[in-house]
Design a protein around this ligand. Structure first.
Ligand SMILES: NC(=O)C1=CN([C@@H]2O[C@H](COP(=O)(O)OP(=O)(O)OC[C@H]3O[C@@H](n4cnc5c(N)ncnc54)[C@H](O)[C@@H]3O)[C@@H](O)[C@H]2O)[C@@H](O)CC1
Ligand SMILES: [K+]
Length: 450
């Protein structure tokens, strides 16, 4: 099978050097709009990522910006820069007085591990504490496979051609900072020829999937039936959060099955909720301590989401037709491994969970991953506000709601994870969960006005 590059370069006679010109110019524009700098430090490695960096430096010099270069190799590109007044630095620390750092050390050609000398270089770049614009990917991050520190911490990463698989989730997403994608004029071609099974979900993709959940119900049964098995003496609020999410999203009828105290609490807050187990989609596990309740509900054919207290091997082995929603700690426990191991390769962890239990997996964390047995769907949002208690209950409620609207397990998980992350990122403070649920519901109901 020919690589995408060789199709471009051989069949369509695209010149690699021409692509480098487009890439270098694009990065220079991003650098200027990020910081309007007087002096830019440019770190260039030995490969084409370094070539992009030196090309970027030329565009910066041409705009009258001072450039200091730390280059691992001499080349004609470097000679030109020197002739035009760039300063060569032999030590990274000499870049300290720059306004921005351009990171062109490694791109997708990097193969870990970095080795001692390169690891030191990356640590020294981070120690400068300058805003960094990384070219294609933050250096030290491999395009796919195991992720290890050290990795350059970028403020902005300019993805060239396509977003790289490891840059849209976990540590890679955190190190990439904000990102922009430049298709270099071949974005659509690259997207249609990409062979990766990991897809980064853009807002337009998510909106299209969500639209299939819009219902114009004639009767409450058509608006979605959901049974909630959640809450316990210690975590009664989890049941309230799930139920509130379902009601505000517009579920037709909601049932609650829990211990007596939780059921009474939910009914006193939301009198329209029915006690017991009903037909339709199920939300099993938020705040749940009584595993026997989860066990008895998990084996039904109804589509369901299983979270938190339901994420036990005995429940999952028994369950049918489910999305499971572990965070990295729960994933590690279910896989009998460490959190560090899960974090090093989140794609692989999601796949292993699917292979072990046979359910669609939603692995939480920066850049939530959904794996459906064939593809990884990634929500490329790093939202620290979601790393707080109770947000997982809201997510489970959302998945249950979309399942009740007849969506597939994977579509419901993608819709919920997208809406959840998008609405969290609209807050300017930490999350007030009641307001968070209201914001999500408003965003959802806005679809009805279009
Ligand atoms: N092919 C394309 O379509 C385009 C590629 N471009 C740039 O080219 C980059 C890829 O370039 P390359 O394939 O030359 O690779 P890179 O520039 O990413 O880095 C590879 C260099 O680092 C070395 N290296 C890899 N792992 C190492 C390790 N662990 N320790 C020490 N040295 C290591 C390699 O031997 C090679 O010299 C992209 O990320 C992008 O920036 C752009 O110029 C635009 C178009
Ligand atoms: K880079």
């Amino acid at each position: 099978m020919k690589s995408i590059e060789s199709i471009l370069f051989e069949d369509y006679q695209v010149e690699p050097a021409a692509l480098m010109e487009v890439a270098g110019r694009s990065v220079a524009e991003q650098v200027v709009s990020l910081a309007n700098p007087k002096t830019v430090g440019v770190v260039a490695g030995k490969g084409n990522n370094g070539g992009d960096a030196l090309t970027c430096a030329r565009f910066l010099l041409d705009r009258g910006i001072n450039v200091k270069v730390f280059s691992l190799e001499s080349s004609v590109r470097l000679t030109y820069l020197l002739d035009e007044g760039a300063v060569v630095c032999k030590d990274i620390k000499q870049l300290q007085d720059c306004d921005v750092l351009v990171d062109g050390l490694f791109g997708y050609g990097f193969r870990p591990p970095a080795g001692e000398a390169y690891a030191t270089l990356i640590n020294e770049m981070n120690a400068l504490s300058l805003p960094v614009v990384s070219i294609d990917m933050p250096s030290g991050l491999p395009a796919e496979g195991m992720v290890e520190e050290p990795i350059v911490q970028a403020e902005l990463t300019v993805f060239l051609g396509l977003p790289k698989v490891n840059a849209v989730t976990g540590l890679g997403l955190m190190r990439s900072g904000r990102f922009v994608l430049d298709g270099l004029g071949y974005g659509r071609f690259l997207e249609s020829h990409a062979e990766s099974l990991a897809y980064s979900i853009e807002s337009t993709d998510a909106e299209k999937i969500m639209a299939s959940g819009i219902a114009m119900p004639y009767h409450k049964r058509e608006a979605g039936l959901v049974s909630v098995v959640a809450g316990s003496e210690h975590f009664p609020g989890a049941a309230l959060l799930v139920v509130k999410t379902l009601l505000l999203m517009g579920a037709g009828l909601v049932y609650i099955k829990s211990d007596q105290h939780v059921e009474e609490l939910v009914i006193s807050e939301f009198p329209q909720v029915v006690r017991g187990d009903g037909p339709g989609a199920k939300v099993i596990g938020p705040g749940l301590e009584d595993v026997s309740l989860a066990l008895s509900m998990a084996a039904t054919d109804f589509p369901k989401v299983i979270d938190a207290g339901g994420l036990r091997s005995e429940v999952l082995e028994h369950a049918k037709n489910a999305v499971i929603t572990p965070h990295e700690g729960e994933a590690a426990r279910l896989l009998n491994t460490s959190v560090e191991e899960v974090r090093r390769n989140r794609y692989n962890a999601a796949k292993r969970l699917y292979e072990r239990f046979g359910h669609v997996v939603l692995l939480k964390g920066p850049g939530t991953i959904i794996y459906d047995g064939q593809r990884w769907l990634v929500i490329p949002i790093n939202e620290p506000r979601l790393a707080t208690g109770g947000t997982g209950d809201v997510l489970s409620g959302l998945i249950g709601f979309f399942l009740s609207r007849g969506m597939t397990l994977a579509d419901a998980a993608v819709s919920a994870a997208y809406l959840h992350a998008k609405c969290a990122s609209e807050f300017s403070t930490g999350l007030n969960l009641n307001k968070f649920i209201e914001r999500i519901a408003e965003s959802w109901w806005a679809h009805y006005d279009r």
